[in-house]
Design a protein around this ligand. Structure first.
Ligand SMILES: [Zn+2]
Length: 117
């Protein structure tokens, strides 16, 4: 039994889809810019190279985020959205609204962050 209403799920789903589309657009624009700029002298070329590395790093992050969004959309599809992956607790709507890709409840999230430090 899901603790979210169909309207809330629909709202979060729209947020996720819009977010996904925005990232795809961003990624396209950035890739085009970074890969086409060559620079005319040594310094510009070095700068272009640095930019390319930064862009690739950003793209990598965005690719991971995209994957997360895709997974979250799948969870909505299967009706298991908003359930903590670690303890099975229901993640409140407010938390999902602030971070629609959240897969952990706030307690598990805090625990995970403690362990990572
Ligand atoms: Zn949990």
């Amino acid at each position: 039994m899901n603790h979210l209403t169909p309207q809330q799920i629909e709202e979060l789903k729209q947020m996720l889809i819009e977010w996904k589309n925005r990232i795809i657009e961003d990624t396209k624009a950035q890739t085009g810019e970074a890969l086409s700029f060559e620079g005319s002298d040594e310094m510009e070329r070095a700068e272009a190279e640095t930019n390319r590395i930064i862009t690739l790093r950003t793209l990598d992050r965005e690719r991971k985020l995209l994957k997360k969004i895709e997974n979250t959309l799948l969870k909505i599809e299967y009706g298991v959205y908003g359930i903590c992956e670690s303890c099975g607790a229901q993640i409140p709507y407010e938390r999902l609204k602030a971070r629609p890709v959240a897969s952990l409840c706030i307690n598990c999230k805090l625990k995970q962050e403690e362990e990572e430090e």
